[in-house]
Structure formats: C-alpha cells, structure tokens
Design a binder for this molecule. Structure first.
Ligand SMILES: CC(C)(COP(=O)(O)OP(=O)(O)OC[C@H]1O[C@@H](n2cnc3c(N)ncnc32)[C@H](O)[C@@H]1OP(=O)(O)O)[C@@H](O)C(=O)NCCC(=O)NCCSC(=O)CC(=O)O
Length: 502
C-alpha cells in the first residue's frame, strides 16, 4: 500500500501553513562505516536527518504537538537520536500544555544501534506517562506498518487510538517470524481491521479524516465548552401518582423505549466512540464514548441494549466491565466528568462470563467508580438488574427516569429464590423497593425525571445542569461527600420519606 511520508501525514492533519518543526539537527557520529552509509543514504532519500519528525501545528485552529515517523528512513526505526527527539517533543508538549498526536510507522528498535536503542522505549513510555499524568490528552494514529518496540511503547498508550485502513500493525515483524519459524505469520491477524474487531484500536480511518476526528476528540478531551447551563429551565419536580413496580418494570421493557443511543442522538455532540479495553476484548453490551452531553465534555459509559428486539438486549460481560474501567481511567486522568447510563436486564450469565471474571470485574468497577477523582453522574435510564447495573451506579449524583428501577437481580430471579417460581416477580419487586420513588426515598437517587413527551430533551437538560454543578464543586469536598453518601445508605440518615410498598 502507498505510504504517506511523515510530512505528508503532518500536512494532512494540520491547518495549512501552521506547521512549526521542533527538531534540532542531529549529527551522524557513528564509528560503524556501514551504518554511517545507511544513515547518509536515508538522509539523501528522505531529506530528513532522522526517522521521526516533531513539531506543532493547528488542528482546526487548536495548537497540537505532533510526532510522526518517516518509514523511508531506515524503516522508521528508533535509535538513540530518534528516541531523544521523541522524548524532547513529548516533554515540550507537556510543558506547554499541548495535546499530543503521535503517528508512528516503524520496524521498531533500530537494529544497527542494538540494546541502547531498545531501551529508548522506556524513556519514551515514561515521558508519555508524565504527559498523561499532567492531565493532557495523548492520541495515536497507527500507520502502515507499525511493529515491535514502537507498538509496544508509544503506539499503545493513547487515550484514543485509530489506525490506517489495511495497515500492518503487530508486535513481531512478519519478516522476522518467517525467518525464525520458517513459515508465514497467519494472514489477517496483524491488520488494522482485525485490531478493531478485537478492541485494540478505537477506529480505522484514512489520513484524510484524521484532522476532523482529532478535532472532535480534542474538543471533549481538552474540555471545551461546558458553559454552566444553570439558566436553563429544568423540568418541574415530579408530582402525581407513583407507578407500581409492575408498571415501571413493564414500561422499562417496552420495545422502542429509548436507550443510550437515542439519548445521545437527542442531547450529545462531538461523539467519539471508543472500542473495547485496548487489551484485546470488546463487548457490544457496553457503549464507551467521548462526547459533549448538553454542552459538557464527558466520558460516557453505558449499557447498550443495541437494536436487539428482545427486552433483554445485549447482556454485559466481564469484557464490557473492563472497557468501562478503561473509560473511568480516562475520566480520572483527564479530570473529565463521567456519565454512566444504567439500562440492563442483567449481566451475561455464562461459562465464559464466569471464567472471564464477571464477579471480580463488578467488584473492581464498584471500587474504581466510588473512588474516582473525576466528577461522576449516573443516569438510571431503564432496567437496573443486578451487579451489572450496580457496577455503574455509585456516582456523585444519580438521576433516574420515572420508570427506571434497580434490583439485586432480575425480578424473576428474586421470585425464583424466594418462591421457587418466576411468577411472583412483580410482587417481590414491589416489596424490594426497586422503583425510582423508593430509590429517591432511600437516598440512592437524587432526582427523578418524568417520562412525558419531552422525555429525552428533559433528560438532556437535567444531565447538563447536573454535570455543570458537579464540575463547579471542589474535588476533595465532592469525593468526601460521595463516600459519605454511600457509607450512609441503609441508616436512617439516608432516607427522607418512606414510600409505601407498591
Ligand atoms: C516493518 C516491516 C513489516 C516492513 O516490511 P516491508 O516489507 O514493508 O519493508 P522492509 O522490510 O523492506 O523494510 C524497509 C527497510 O527498513 C529496514 N528496517 C525495518 N525494520 C528495521 C529495524 N527495526 N531496524 C533497522 N532497519 C529496519 C529494512 O531493513 C529495510 O531496509 P532496506 O530497504 O535497506 O532493506 C518489516 O521491515 C519488519 O518485519 N521489520 C521488523 C519488525 C520487528 O519485528 N521489529 C522488532 C525490532 S526489536 C524491537 O522493536 C523491540 C521489541 O520488539 O520490543
């Protein structure tokens, strides 16, 4: 496939005329005559003095630091000079508080320089860790081909990672595999599209789409917008009769009830979908995205019932919960508000889910979420059955749709435990205090949104106001009051009015 040069890639992504190189010239000092000849030939061929270019430009008007490999320069391989140039660029981006875009294309560590070149991976990874620890975004665009120690360091540390269509992306170079094992590496594995299918990258897109997608992601990651929407008129507080548990459970399972996709379509912009854990797993039951929700930048992680006509939708498994924890880490690193959306008929119940650590992942989600430094808001949108629902619940604030509910397991399961039949599900749910009104009374939910004709628009307004209010609070105070809130649950201080059982 055609390979764009480093500077062609840069030109594709930055605004015309805005590129400023940060590169300081490097001299050829090696005593190895053959390597010296290789370097000089590479310089002649590319017009560059090393295999990476670094600098800054505007991406749709925003200053962004960019580092990119030139594959025609010794296979884009990284030796000491290239490693040093990369690290200086990352450090400068951190100092100047610029978001960083990396666009590698490389055969990995430069073989001519050996082990000292290999160890550059450590300092590059350390510099990127510092950049992220400073709360700054790091985006990666994996180009054809990206292999070895480049993929195993700065290629795999992005908050968001995209790849070039058809690009060869893998740890072991196919040439090496063939030489070592005498056979070709299986085809179709080290290919961008296969990485997407396995939750290793978030998107596959051509260089021509990069500037738009980078701008969209950075609009959220750099926390643009978020004018507090306190002037918005919020929907009136709920009044009128409280529906029974049966009414709410039936309503939450009605075909056509809006899910997270309808919610985002109604009140989110600048959506960047993220895919999977980044560690080889994805789960269609979990939607992870960056977005502006009602104008506030946030990480969204949500149960996704998908387009499945079944009321049960797509069950969430351990991989989905691991992807959720990836979203929590991004929110924590960038101090972005996190919006969770609960709408699940229950976790995946299967051998794979058990062996994949379902219970452990629920535990880790709960622990991570209740301790997350970032502002957190949970929307109980519909069904809230069992641990898969609770895993996304313990936020600073919890908003519930009128017919949303939360129960320790699907109501039919509760009925089976108590009465050895699923037939008494609604009766049991009524006694378990699952309704939004019960949750409000027990201090689990802070606000209920009625489900009238403007349901989604009202939800958007409430979420916007809640997110804006959360962002204006002091971080330590917010975290302490979150912990206190969940510590209090079940004690008399937690509940206000007790609703009669439905
Ligand atoms: C990246 C590739 C798939 C690209 O294949 P192509 O057929 O497109 O191109 P190619 O093989 O002709 O490579 C183009 C030129 O770049 C050179 N080249 C490629 N990789 C290099 C490297 N790591 N060091 C020095 N030179 C390298 C090639 O020798 C060739 O030079 P010329 O044109 O002069 O012949 C392949 O080069 C490859 O498999 N490279 C090895 C990848 C790998 O396993 N790296 C691990 C390194 S150790 C490491 O990184 C640490 C770690 O693994 O953790």
């Amino acid at each position: 496939m055609k390979r764009a040069s480093a500077l062609e890639l840069v030109r594709a992504v930055v605004d015309p005329g805005s590129w400023r190189s940060w590169d300081e010239p490097v001299a050829v000092t090696t005593p190895d005559a053959a390597y010296r000849d290789d370097l000089l030939a590479a310089r002649e061929r590319t017009g560059l003095d090393e295999s990476v270019v670094t600098g800054e430009g505007l991406v749709r008007g925003r200053r962004v630091a960019v580092v990119a490999c030139e594959f025609r320069f010794l296979g884009g391989s990284i030796g000491v000079a290239a490693g040093e140039r990369l690290v200086r660029a990352v450090e400068r981006a951190t100092e100047e508080r610029l978001p960083l875009l990396a666009a590698p294309a490389s055969g990995g560590t430069r073989m001519q320089e050996g082990t000292i070149a290999f160890l550059q991976m450590v300092k590059v990874a350390a510099a990127i860790t510092d950049h992220k620890a400073a709360g700054l975004p790091y985006l990666v665009y994996l180009r054809h081909p990206t292999t070895g120690g480049v993929l195993a360091s700065w290629g795999s540390l992005g908050h968001v990672t995209a790849a070039e269509p058809g690009a060869l992306i893998g740890f072991l170079g196919p040439r090496v595999h063939e030489a070592l094992y005498g056979e070709e590496f299986p085809s179709g594995v080290q290919v961008a599209e296969n990485l997407l299918a396995h939750g290793l990258v978030d998107a596959v897109l051509p260089p021509g789409m990069l500037s738009e997608r980078v701008a969209t992601a950075l609009a959220v990651l750099c926390k643009d917008g978020a004018a507090p929407s306190s002037g918005d008129r919020l929907p009136a507080s709920p009044s009128g009769p409280v529906p029974s548990a049966e009414e709410s459970i039936r309503a939450s399972r009605r075909p056509g009830r809006p899910g997270v996709r309808e919610l985002l379509a109604a009140c989110a912009t600048d959506i960047t979908p993220l895919s999977g854990t980044g560690a080889g797993e994805r789960d269609p039951g979990l939607l992870l995205a960056l977005a502006h929700v009602a104008g506030t930048p946030c990480v969204v992680l949500a149960h996704d019932r998908g387009s499945s006509p079944s009321a049960h939708g797509q069950a969430l498994g351990p991989a989905g919960l691991r992807a959720a924890r990836r979203g929590m880490r991004i929110a924590a690193e960038l101090d972005l508000p996190l919006l969770t959306v609960v709408d699940t008929a229950g976790a995946a119940l299967s051998r794979e889910a058990e062996e994949g650590g379902l219970a452990g992942e629920i535990a880790r989600c709960l622990a991570d979420l209740v301790n997350l430094p970032a502002p957190t808001l949970c929307l109980l949108l519909g069904q809230g059955a069992g641990g898969a629902a609770l895993a996304l619940l313990p936020a600073d604030r919890v908003v519930a749709a009128r017919h949303a509910w939360l129960s320790p397991l699907p109501p039919e399961g509760a009925s089976a435990i108590l009465h050895r039949t699923t037939d008494r599900a609604y009766e049991v749910a009524g006694r378990q205090g699952v309704r939004s009104a019960d949750l409000l009374a027990n201090g689990i939910v802070d606000r209920i949104v009625e489900e009238g004709p403007d349901f989604l628009a009202n939800l958007g307004r409430v979420l916007g106001a809640e997110l804006a209010a959360l962002r204006s609070r002091d971080r330590d105070e917010r975290r302490a009051s979150r912990r206190a809130r969940y510590r209090r649950l079940g004690t008399s201080a937690a509940s206000s009015t007790a609703f009669p059982p439905s």
